[in-house]
Design a protein around this ligand. Sequence first.
Ligand code: WTA
Length: 649
Amino acid sequence: MTQKTHKVLKQAKSRALIDSDTYHDWYKQSVKNPEKFWGKHGKRIDWFKPYTKVKNTSFTGKVSIKWFEDGLTNVSYNCIDRHLKTRGDQTAIIWEGDNPYDDRKITYNELYDQVCRLANVLKSNGVRKGDRVTIYMPMIPEAAYAMLACTRIGAIHSIVFGGFSPDALAGRIVDCESTFVITADEGLRGGKKIPLKHNTDQAVAIAGRSDVVVKKVLVVQRTAGKVDWFDSRDIWYHEAVARAKPDCPPAKMKAEDPLFILYTSGSTGKPKGVLHTTGGYLVYVSMTHQYVFDYHDGDIYWCTADVGWVTGHSYIVYGPLANGATTLMFEGVPNYPSPSRFWDVIDKHQVNIFYTAPTAIRALMGAGDAHVTKTSRKSLRTLGSVGEPINPEAWEWYYNVVGEKKCPVVDTWWQTETGGIMITPLPGATDLKPGSATTPFFGIQPQLVDNDGDVLEGTAEGNLCITDSWPGQMRTVYGDHERFIQTYFSTYKGKYFTGDGCRRDADGYYWITGRVDDVINVSGHRMGTAEVESALVSHDAVSEAAVVGYPHDMKGQGIYCYVTLMEGATGGDELRKDLVRHVRNEIGPIASPDKIQFSPGLPKTRSGKIMRRILRKIAEDDFAALGDTSTLADPTVVTDLIDNRQNKK
Ligand code: WTA
């Protein structure tokens, strides 16, 4: 394969915070003496009481991860108060509504006022330090206020993406026993309304069956659509905030006090509550935000993610605001009202740094260059990509057409668990190779191992592990530390296992090849095949289900479901539609199956284990390479599966 390299751009080098020599120098220091390196960079945030201990971490035994443990700080203080003297009147958040005529600018002074008021509303409704607050919101500034208000008083937020169903929301409310929910009447995306309050009402009822009683629901009025109202439980956000005091002292938090829980999918079981803590997380996200995007004071920065995902947490809210940036928050979708929307918004607000997902890039590439070229995009300086592997064609289009060869593309690899960006180019330091996330950030020590755990050196392909801790790392699975150890540190003893496959080339560049476990990545949304399977089998007609991913031109991966039916049920398009509806209700629209194949049986080993390798191959229409099927209990099943495959090329 011929592989293109794009040398560091002159214009990027001339202004960059980090050049190539500095990168290598700092990287060496960071892995040679992490205490010294992070001891220094930990000071980039303000501490009420400085730390004296920097790193106290172990990936073996009970696995314990502590950074800056004796320091005291507060996240909202760092994201707001400390900027007021120098940039109180600077815009903190540019809000761009779903409708292009709808926008708003919020200064740091206004942010302070809004967050303090909301923090007081939380307090007066009984929310205390350590309590869990669920946030189920559209992309409106109040979502950021809600996060920051929680951090101000030391409450732990758990954001649930607005696209999740009432069932999924209920499961997350119950898991962390959250009794306070913040939502909106309705969300608005691409001109369509999303019934968030209605979903919340249902979720609260479902949670009640597990004895988790939600006491208060705070409701932002977004569309003024009609909603049901429960006087003893529901509170209008605008009324409560108007009455609240405009000052609220920030709680002095220990560095290792929990900051937030974010549920994410794994290969087995229910989604896990990934727990991030206060000090190390903020140091790591602010530092990566500054250096990865080469952020300079005054830059307008836009990350198109939703705050319901980790990218929104770290790179719409916490990283940028900790750095005193102007961060743009977008309520809508890339193709509404036209496929020029992203580029129009960039021109309208003079965006300098733009961070989005490959799935959006591919979709917009498909819409044709004219939608891009008719816009100016002169303000752009750095382009970023995140969430899934970016194919070289999409990378080149992003670089050539969107960036007109003037903007480095930073392909950033990381995970909900890692808190912040781990493997990434730095704009003024790293030569770029389309499709490669390139080299590790400061302090990150990647390692490739084979399936036996043997370390692979040099040019190699294997399972990606990280051998030592970094400040942004998750600390535990909320309420289940054993699961934390089992999931991440037991496959390869003493190492954090990412679940990703990866290749390292002769230049030491890393190429993420995708998940090696039963997690699929659909349009940058992470999903456990087990979750979709359990949604399918909860349907009356379904006896058994196996779900795999397959390559999808737009979404990266599509969801392919093999379903065996109950006695008496018949498979057909009607049932297919019904199953799709059912999965959307159970999880949410992001989990909609793309293909459903009815089959009399699934390929199993004699011990009853489903052979997913075979199912993956059939879903990819690559059954010439099925490999050894002799261990199957009933090899004839495979013939039927092949004959009735849904992805014939
Ligand atoms: C995938 C999103 C290739 C990967 C921040 C990872 C990527 C999972 C990239 C985490 C990238 C993320 N190149 N693959 N630049 N970024 N991934 O938790 O498989 O939603 O394990 O975090 O997305 O998804 P998550």
